[in-house]
Design a protein around this ligand. Structure first.
Ligand SMILES: [Zn+2]
Length: 62
């Protein structure tokens, strides 16, 4: 799978395995070439708060 820097990070809910797009973090005063992303505070489907990056999730299930 190719990786494009502009693609947002995706996270998988550990409880219901729904994929969520990460929230871009924009910190004032910083000028990073790549944006950082963070998982949502809680899963909109099940309310869970444990997320795994989709890249790591894929590794777990190879
Ligand atoms: Zn969930």
């Amino acid at each position: 799978m190719s990786h494009t820097p502009d693609d947002p990070e995706q996270y998988v809910c550990e409880s219901c395995q729904i994929t969520h797009v990460g929230t871009p973090i924009h910190e004032p005063g910083t000028d990073f070439a790549e944006h950082d992303y963070e998982p949502p505070d809680a899963c909109g489907a099940c309310g869970g708060t444990s997320f795994v990056r989709i890249e790591e999730w894929a590794h777990h299930h190879e």
